[in-house]
Structure formats: structure tokens, C-alpha cells
Unconditional design. Structure first.
Length: 98
């Protein structure tokens, strides 16, 4: 129980309860983290798409139809770090949209 204070550090029963609770939360949050990151990536992609006057859902649909296989993590990184490449990708997926 290193890092805890008061009873959660000194009294054995409280120590055991707190450590078990912490392990339970850690297990739950490892699962939740995946969904949290997916939401973040979708939000970032959507923001970059909206700058190009395209909705996220239409962009992802066209991306799938075009046969390009980029996952949401890579698309979000591209949208944040290399916006010009993302714009080029949108113009490739939507040829009429420039």
C-alpha cells in the first residue's frame, strides 16, 4: 500500500481493502481506456473532416469504399500532426471536394 496515507497505509484490514479496490479499478479502467482513446480519435478525425466540409461518417464510408485501410489511430495522428497530408487524403477520397 505504498503511496496511501492514514488508515489505508497503517491498518492491515484497510490496507487489504484498498489494494483490492485499486486492483479492481485498474482492471476495469484498462478495458475502458480502449474506448476512451477510440472516442478521442473519432473526435479528432471529425474536427479535421469538418474543416474540409465533410462529415466523419461520410468520410469513413468513402474511405472504406475506396479500399484504403488506415485505422482511426493513424488517421487521427495524421489529422493532428500532418494536416496537409490529411487534406490530400480527403481530396483523394472525395475527388470533387477541394
Amino acid at each position: 500500500a505504498k503511496g496511501y496515507y492514514s488508515n489505508k497505509r497503517n491498518r492491515w484490514r484497510a490496507v487489504i481493502q484498498q489494494v483490492e479496490k485499486s486492483l479492481k479499478h485498474a482492471y476495469r479502467d484498462r478495458k475502458d481506456k480502449k474506448g476512451v482513446f477510440r472516442k478521442l480519435w473519432i473526435t479528432r478525425i471529425n474536427a479535421a473532416c469538418r474543416e474540409q466540409n465533410v462529415s466523419y461518417s461520410k468520410f469513413m464510408g468513402q474511405l472504406k469504399k475506396s479500399g484504403l485501410t488506415l485505422n482511426r489511430k493513424m488517421l487521427a495522428e495524421m489529422a493532428v500532426r500532418d494536416n496537409s497530408a490529411f487534406k490530400k487524403l480527403v481530396s483523394e477520397v472525395f475527388p470533387g471536394n477541394s
